[in-house]
Design a protein around this ligand. Structure first.
Ligand code: SAM
Length: 249
């Protein structure tokens, strides 16, 4: 019995230690949750989603696939849509906004070619799902949302899930986040009708920026911009449909 108790105590200490960087664990309930975590009822459907929607369409970066298998997408959708969380489509998240289709999240993330330790700027926090996928890849995420209610909901959820490597700003992402520039990677998840110059300026040398560009309410083009020797080259990645980048810029 004493041996079992000692083993449980050691397990608890180990679990607490392995939570470093993912928020702090303070209450007895938190500790009990760690010792006997609830099974995730959506894990199987999430693994199927990655296989049938993501890998089947050619996404192969192991870090992207692992992140998509890990992040509980159902935590980022409204309660009444939870059963559709892993469907092959975007979903409404309120305020006229959407959480992007899983495949588009994976495609944009893979296109960034993320390396651990990089600084990634996301414009359009929305539900927080894309930020969580990025945060799973051992980078520092800086995310900006223009709708205060969405910004605060997403921040609450990401903190509850224990992500300590995401920095939040409420405001117009058109102007980027000068204080923390330059960024190794930039991802824009709402569509402007041109490349915002501040984002181009805040992209680091050797950096990659993925952005949908096009007219409001129509099909836009997904572009990859790469900065080499201070110059940007653009690659057309095909047609997409995003909500518009709003704001007073
Ligand atoms: N990345 C989000 C996710 O994982 O749920 C999806 C984003 S949704 C397609 C686009 C988001 O961009 C919306 O939440 C919208 O409010 C936000 N947005 C639109 N214009 C913006 C701007 N100028 N600055 C920051 N966010 C903006």
């Amino acid at each position: 019995m004493r041996k079992l108790f000692t083993q449980l105590s050691l397990l608890t200490i180990f679990l607490l230690a392995s939570c470093r960087g993912r928020g702090s664990v303070s209450t007895t309930k938190d500790i009990m949750d760690l010792v006997s975590p609830e099974p995730d009822p959506y894990q199987e459907i999430r693994l199927r989603m990655v296989e049938s929607q993501i890998e089947a369409r050619g996404i192969s970066d192991p870090a992207v696939l692992t992140a998509m298998r890990t992040v509980p997408r159902h935590a980022f959708v409204p309660d009444d849509l939870i059963d559709d969380a892993y469907a092959d489509s975007p979903l409404p998240i309120g305020y006229g906004q959407t959480i992007s289709q899983p495949y588009i999240v994976a495609l944009m993330t893979e296109t960034l070619k993320i390396k651990p330790g990089q600084k990634v700027l996301e414009i359009g926090t929305g539900s927080g799902y894309q930020a969580a996928v990025l945060a799973e890849m051992d980078v520092d995420v800086y995310t900006i949302e223009i709708i205060p209610e969405l910004a605060s909901q997403a921040q609450d959820m990401l903190i509850r899930l224990g992500y300590a490597n995401i920095h939040f700003l409420t405001g117009d992402g058109y102007f980027g986040w000068e204080e923390f520039a330059p960024f190794d990677r930039i991802i824009v998840t709402a569509a402007p009708d041109h490349l915002p110059q501040p984002l181009a300026n805040q992209l680091a040398e050797g950096g990659r920026l993925v952005i949908p560009i096009g007219p409001v309410g129509f099909i836009q083009t997904l572009w990859l911009f790469e900065k080499l020797d201070g110059k940007l080259t653009a690659t057309n990645l095909g047609g997409v449909r995003f909500v518009p980048l709003t704001g007073e810029h």
